[in-house]
Design a protein around this ligand. Structure first.
Ligand SMILES: [Zn+2]
Length: 307
């Protein structure tokens, strides 16, 4: 199925000299997707997805050994009474942690602590939301520009085709005519690709407010979403919250995780706000008596005012 252009809404049949043209049926995929599939099919194979991700070990594949940096293996051990215990271990033969077991509950608890610590404050989340709104508007403008660019390219191809047709009229050499015909057909294919791109629904599938709601639910409390989510949701969170697999050390627990861009941004902006705030507290050298007492009060963990 993947090698037939008919599924992209087009028809062609080389043996009969039928060049690619738009059919009268509903396409299942876009022409661009079809072309991408063909390129993939003609290139080297892509690594298969791991089929063995089990519900018992949501963190399987997401944790690497601190000693050798290789993914840890998850499995069950059986006690003398026959009870099953889930655990992780390193299966790298030359690693000093080879086959030294870590209880899965320890790894799970550590992960929970990390995910809970990613919870940003309400103010920071509000800043991120307004930035998202700006980015959304910008994206809309870019989409408009992209459409105009496609139209321009299409016009350009039209001009090239016109020029080729003119040359065809002028020549009587059959070889040149065939070459020109082939060029014109190739330009037709390129034009179809552009027209298909234009006809694709470029409108986002969700509205801005839906995305904001989804983001705020997730970003405001990733642990909550993780805890109540399916295995698929959990895997997605592992991938979106961290930019690299989490490293676990049997004796010292998790190393500082590499959080993804968005959480890294939250951390940076939070610490910047705190810096600004503590500088404000330091600024007045001479304080009236009442303010002096106020300044001695413990600093709350989150900034009150963000400007
Ligand atoms: Zn190891």
């Amino acid at each position: 199925m993947l090698n037939r252009v008919i599924y992209a809404g087009y028809m062609e049949h080389e043996p009969w000299g039928i060049t690619r043209r738009k059919g009268h049926h509903e396409p299942l995929i876009s022409l661009e997707t079809y072309e991408t599939i063909q390129t993939r099919r003609n290139s080297k194979g892509v690594a298969a997805k791991r089929p063995d991700i089990s519900e018992d070990f949501p963190l399987r594949g997401a944790i690497v050994c601190a000693c050798c940096d290789k993914p840890m293996t998850a499995c069950f051990a059986r006690s003398a009474t026959g009870k099953r215990y889930p655990y992780f271990n390193c299966q790298t033969r030359d690693c000093s942690e080879y086959r030294k077991s870590i209880r899965a509950e320890k790894i799970d608890a550590g992960f929970e602590a990390i995910l809970r610590s990613l919870k940003p404050s309400k103010q920071i989340l509000d800043i991120a939301t307004s930035m998202l709104k700006d980015a959304w508007d910008q994206r809309g403008d870019q989409a408009k520009q992209a459409k105009a660019e496609i139209k321009r390219q299409h016009n350009e191809l039209d001009k090239q085709q016109d020029a080729l047709v003119e040359r065809m009229v002028e020549t009587s050499n059959p070889k040149v005519m065939t070459a020109l015909e082939n060029k014109i057909a190739k330009l037709d294919d390129e034009k179809l690709l552009l027209t298909d791109k234009l006809s694709q629904n470029t409108k986002p599938k969700s509205t801005l407010s839906e995305i904001i709601e989804l983001l705020q639910n997730y970003l405001a409390n990733p642990w909550n979403v993780y805890e109540n989510g399916s295995l698929e949701v959990r895997k997605t969170i592992q991938k979106t919250a961290f930019s690299a697999p989490l490293t676990y050390d049997r004796k010292n627990g998790y190393r500082t995780p590499q959080v993804s861009v968005i959480f890294d941004f939250f951390e940076k902006i939070t610490s910047k706000c705190e810096m600004v705030r503590s500088r404000r507290l330091e600024l007045p050298r001479v304080l009236p008596h009442s303010d002096l007492n106020a300044a001695r009060l413990p600093i709350p963990p989150r900034p009150h005012v963000i400007r």
